[in-house]
Design a protein around this ligand. Structure first.
Ligand code: TNX
Length: 556
């Protein structure tokens, strides 16, 4: 497994004195992933973040929270105090005493600072933002705090990669001048993590949330249950986790999330403008539930726990009313913990529940979800079942000619696109990739990038496409480093398909912008795959410890 590329490249010659004196040009305004909708560079507007900069924000709690997040992103590497102040005039009651003595400006766009401003009339929609970098400072404008949050991710990428350093470094914190106006192509942009095949600690999930946030993804789908383990606490059926949660692929100890754990994930994600989509996979992929509650099994006999990687053998009894009590209880408790509107009921690979028995089962479960006030999502195997308001199908096929799904769309379903041969993050990059599958083919970065969610499935109009999702199944994935290795650099490719206008689609351009992310990941200590088709910079940026004899103005 490649480890983060942090080692110092001993072969690099010392830089010439002239090179050190000449300030490096800031990044180009276009060096952003996902590609922004509109970029108007203004070379006369380059700006360098000064040590005394303030972050001014509207006196709206959600905006102030984004301002605080921006400050937290910039403080470790810069070592600057970056106090958050009201854009109006008054300083905030910040705990940090040093910040109270700093001058507070009266203007909405303080000279020498960064302003975060809500402007509902700016026409930027639910998630868009505008970023203006001028010689006087930076102004981020959006109609929502979510838009400002996405703008902060752009701002972060426009600073030198050393901004990712967890400790102070000496750098010229330059931003390229100009204006970015940016809104997403699709409203749903997500990733999925299978925590059932292997269990992952809450901290690992929070770190995945951070990776999603960087690339403006807004949904994290958690595959919470499968044959090998049940991962979410359900008070009314406690053996699901006590018994069903104690296994995983390969015979490891498994684990589960308490309700408090799950709520921690939900609120951490919400603070990053990401919605959790919980999945309870039904009627198949249920061996762990059957081990815990044999009454749900068709033969009422507890199967042995399963720690292999086959699929399609287990199912809850669709002919027993007790099964629907179970489902109503489980979905009720999960819905109550989940503020987001979507509830995923799986539906895939239930090979032993066929025809009308399957569609009848799905229709009943869809009604249970609707009665809970949630919108149902399921894998596209749900397609033949009757429509229910708002229903969303997650398409994971590899043959885009799928009349059954197209027909469900005609009956009102919307689609999330996760084509197995482009978006599946558990597929190997190349034959020698040490982990992952290849049943849907090999997926290198170009394969992940070169498709169009808007036109991918035959006879499905772009209007019916809610967005994209990159699933990561974890049969062969056992650590956070494994997760990151498969996620990066393919997740940004899927993120760009979900966010950027189709007109920006260009492999050569994407490849070059993606290459610029490598030094950021390396500096932040994030594992990634050095995909050979991406021109990664030869020398990863090595954060140098801040030289305290050198002042910021000397380097600026
Ligand atoms: C198919 S994709 C599955 C999963 C496996 C995955 C492995 C889908 C809805 N079902 O159960 O983990 O393949 O790639």
């Amino acid at each position: 497994m490649p480890s983060p590329a942090r080692e110092v490249d001993a072969a690099t010659p010392p830089r010439a004195a002239g090179e050190l004196l000449a300030p490096p040009a800031p990044h180009r305004l276009t060096d952003v992933v996902p590609a922004p909708a509109q970029v108007q560079p203004d070379p006369t507007g380059d700006w360098v973040l000064p040590a005394e900069a303030v972050i001014a924000a509207n006196a709206d709690p959600a905006v102030l929270a984004v301002a605080a997040q921006l400050a937290e992103l910039l403080r470790p590497a810069t070592g600057y105090p970056l106090p958050v102040v009201h854009a109006a005039s008054r300083p905030l009651p910040v705990a940090d005493a040093a910040s109270r003595s700093l001058p507070v400006t009266d203007t909405a766009a303080p000279v020498g600072g960064i302003a975060l401003l809500l402007d509902e009339a700016a026409g930027l929609g639910a998630e868009g933002y505008r970023l203006d970098v001028t010689r006087d400072g930076v102004r981020l404008t959006a109609g929502t705090a979510t838009g400002l949050f996405h703008g902060v991710q752009t701002l972060r990428q426009l600073l030198p990669p050393a901004i990712e350093s967890p400790t102070p470094v000496t750098a010229r914190w330059a931003l390229p001048g100009g204006t970015i106006t940016d809104t997403p192509r699709f409203p749903y942009r997500g990733a999925m993590l299978d925590v059932a095949r292997h269990f992952f600690a809450v901290e690992d999930i929070l770190r995945v949330v951070d990776h999603l946030a960087r690339y403006k993804l807004n949904h994290l789908h958690l595959h919470l249950t499968d044959d090998q383990g049940w991962r979410i606490a359900v008070d009314s059926w406690p053996r699901l986790t006590a018994v069903g949660g104690a296994t995983e692929v390969g015979g490891g100890p498994g684990g589960h999330y308490t309700k408090a754990d799950y709520q921690r994930i939900v609120s951490y994600a919400a603070a990053r403008h990401i919605t959790i989509v919980p999945e309870i996979d039904l009627p198949g992929h249920t061996n762990s539930a059957l081990v815990a509650y044999p009454e749900l099994a068709p033969d009422k006999i507890a199967p042995p726990p399963y720690t292999g990687t086959e699929v399609g053998f287990s199912y809850v009894d669709p002919a027993d009313e007790r099964t629907y009590d179970f489902i109503a209880d489980v979905l009720g408790e999960v819905a109550a913990l989940t503020p987001g509107p979507l509830l995923h009921i799986g539906g895939d690979e239930a090979f032993k529940v066929k025809g009308e028995v399957y569609t009848g089962f799905v229709e009943r479960v869809q009604r249970i979800v609707a009665d809970l006030g949630k919108t149902v999502v399921g894998w596209h195997q749900l397609a033949p079942a009757g429509h229910v308001d708002g229903r969303v199908l997650q398409w994971w096929g590899t043959n885009a000619d799928d009349p059954t799904t197209a027909d469900a769309v005609r009956r009102g379903a919307r689609l999330i696109l996760s084509p197995g041969n482009h978006a599946y993050l558990d597929m190997k990059y190349a034959p020698d990739t040490p982990i992952g599958h290849d049943w849907a083919g090999l997926i290198d970065v170009r394969k992940a990038y070169d498709w169009d969610p808007g036109t991918h499935v035959s006879d499905v109009p772009t209007m019916a496409v809610l967005g994209v999702e990159a699933p990561l199944w974890t049969e062969s994935v056992t650590s956070l480093a494994d997760i990151e290795f498969l996620l990066l650099p393919r997740l940004p490719a899927i993120a760009e398909l979900g966010w950027s206008p189709r007109a920006t689609h260009d492999w050569a351009d994407f490849r070059d912008r993606l290459a610029g992310q490598g030094p950021r990941w390396a500096t932040a200590g994030i594992t990634f795959h050095r995909a050979p088709e991406v021109p990664w910079p030869n020398t990863p940026t090595i954060p140098t410890q801040r030289d305290t004899t050198q002042t910021d103005t000397a380097t600026a």
